[in-house]
Design a protein around this ligand. Structure first.
Ligand code: ARG
Length: 576
């Protein structure tokens, strides 16, 4: 149950009943401090101002008609006209029981939508770089969250699998095959292979001519070229899949919807845009002039959709792709997780999409941008030698560092378990470090921070889970044996429970904003509330009834942390 939404509804009704214009915002928020209750309604002042009445008097009128029977035990006016709402202990306890009985922890599903999520999107014959890592991790967390809320999510891995570079890649693949018969490449070789292809193209005229011929043939659907192209895509994606699996990212080969998929649509799109008077010829190219983007001379900026030589562009593909997602995939909402440097590109493509009427306004096209990953020195993340960091190497290093840490903490565990813990903690650390930061800012990649057991980190959250679970083990009791109801006897219990019941709000916020850090912040706060509760409220030594109630709170905490981390694609451990 979304308590914030419930109270917001109730206060909205009361506002209207007290004379506010229909639709006046109740602005109900979680209270920042316990003395302000669990929730506060901030909407009264704005309405009173509009009505020209005294805000505190108006607040009283609202409270007089506010129906929170059985839900709140106290409602008071504070300051200039805030309404503070204190939830009833019995009501909270009932909600806790309901959450414990439910696999979904009481979280309701939303009305199902078709939601396309565009994320990861590496390029063929190129290493995945750190930008793709951010997109992959953040996008996957949002995908899991949307699915949990009951949506039909379509993962769209918009890989860069098309373009004139495939001419030289095919020509080079052919050369290698002729020389050695077999081709089995690792991605690191693929990068070298890409550079070699480029070099041959630049220096060997016969090769370049062959390459150009292959571009034309590939675009014309030639079978041999298509087969060679597919080999290149396959090697790349087999290797990327290893990274996805290691990182517990839910993408599979079936989710690939690369640029090539839209190729057949492009001539039609250009013709249609011309017919609609949106695209015009300019210097032999086809261009759409957008009034909302001005160049430095104040003229409408031109977006090229077809080059003079007939070639199409990245923008043309994204126009077709948005159209496809609406028309063929029936998307109600499309989320793009792409770094912020591509913002202008997307805005231009979508502006054209809207003008052409390819996607109606009620279908949202959302750019969920993120900043760059920086090294500790504040510069773009690079290897010591200045090269791009291979994702696989980065994950290897994370595992090595985590293994050292586990060795120090838990030398007595057997080797296999240590290795498993190290792997789980390492991947969690890399992911959580990224997920916990506000997405739009650049973020500093720092091994020591991300592997620390203190602060808002993966090891801290994973350990919080393990610790809560271990309380259970020590109590030597099964969850099914907890027959006494939840009772609140201490304010720390109430604070913990109130936060536990805000899980649904956190889930829905992540789904709405596409910002997984909201979940991290929530879980971190929850772990803090649990610690204060655990310090103040002894569990195992308490009387049986209180003990069982507290064990239930611990159980719900463990389940909530586990579910919250699972939505982020992060695994928990029973021992660490
Ligand atoms: N492959 C692109 C890159 O590496 C990202 C594609 C993002 N998705 C899109 N629909 N443009 O920059």
């Amino acid at each position: 149950m979304n308590i914030q939404a419930l109270i917001n509804d109730k206060v909205s009704q009361a506002l209207e009943a007290a004379g506010a214009p229909a639709g006046s915002p109740a602005a109900v928020r979680q209270s920042a401090k316990p003395q302000f209750g669990d929730y506060q309604a901030n909407g009264v002042m704005g309405v009173a101002k509009k009505l020209g009445t005294n805000p505190r008097e108006f607040a009283q009128k609202v409270i007089d008609v506010l129906d929170l029977d059985g839900i709140a035990e106290k409602v008071e006016i504070a300051g200039p006209g805030f309404i503070n709402i204190f939830l009833s202990k019995t009501w909270l306890a009932e909600r806790a029981e309901a959450a414990l009985k439910d696999d979904r922890l009481g979280v309701a599903t939303e009305e199902q939508q078709n939601i396309v999520v565009d994320y990861s999107a590496p390029n063929v014959a190129k290493e995945m770089h750190v930008g793709h890592l951010r997109s992959t991790i953040i996008g996957d967390a949002v995908v899991r969250t949307l699915e949990f809320l009951g949506h039909n999510v379509i993962r769209a891995n918009h890989i860069g699998d098309w373009g004139t570079q495939f001419g030289m890649l095919i020509a080079n693949l052919e050369r290698v095959q002729n020389e050695s018969g077999e081709v089995s490449m690792e991605l690191s070789d693929l990068e070298a292979f890409y550079r070699e292809s480029k070099k041959l193209y630049d220096e060997d005229e016969a090769f370049a001519e062959r390459a150009r011929g292959y571009v034309v043939k590939l675009q014309g659907g030639d079978e041999y070229c298509a087969e060679m192209w597919k080999k290149l895509v396959d090697v790349t994606m087999i290797q990327n899949q290893r990274n996805y699996d290691r990182l517990n990212v839910s993408l599979t080969r079936d989710d690939v919807m690369g640029e090539s998929m839209y190729n057949h649509m492009l001539p039609g799109i250009v013709a249609d845009l011309e017919e609609k008077g949106l695209a015009v010829e300019s210097d032999g190219a086809k261009v759409v002039f957008l009034d909302e983007y001005k160049n430095k001379d104040g003229e409408a900026m031109g977006v090229i959709i077809q080059k003079r030589d007939g070639g199409f562009l990245y923008t043309t593909t994204d126009i077709a792709c948005a159209k496809y997602r609406f028309e063929e995939l029936n998307a109600n909402r499309v989320l793009y997780f792409i770094d912020s440097r591509q913002h202008q590109h997307l805005m231009q493509a979508w502006s054209i999409v809207r003008k052409a009427g390819y996607v109606p306004e009620e279908v949202t096209l959302e750019h969920h941008a993120f900043g760059m990953m920086l090294g500790k020195d504040g510069r773009p993340f690079k290897t010591r030698a200045g090269g791009t960091v291979r994702l696989a190497d980065l994950l290897d290093e994370a595992e090595l560092r985590a293994a050292k840490l586990i060795e120090e903490k838990n030398p007595e565990l057997d080797a296999e378990e240590k290795a498993n813990i190290a792997k789980t903690v390492a991947m969690a650390a890399v992911k959580y470090a990224d997920l916990s930061k506000h997405r739009t800012t650049d973020y500093i990649f720092d091994w020591d921070n991300m592997l620390a057991f203190e602060g808002n980190t993966a090891p801290y959250m994973q350990y919080a889970y393990t610790r809560v679970s271990s309380i259970f083990k020590r109590a030597n009791i099964e969850a099914s044996e907890l027959t006494h109801p939840v009772v609140i006897t201490d304010e720390k219990e109430q604070a913990l429970l109130s936060t536990l019941l805000q899980f649904e709000e956190a889930v829905m916020n992540v789904a709405r904003e596409g910002q997984p850090h909201l979940m991290c912040t929530y879980l971190f706060e929850l772990a803090g509330k649990f610690s204060s509760f655990y310090e103040a409220c002894p569990i195992l030594n308490a009387d049986e009834e209180v003990k069982q109630s507290r064990l239930k709170l611990a159980l719900l905490t463990a389940k909530t942390i586990k579910q919250g981390l699972a939505l982020l694609g992060i695994e928990t451990l029973d021992r660490m």
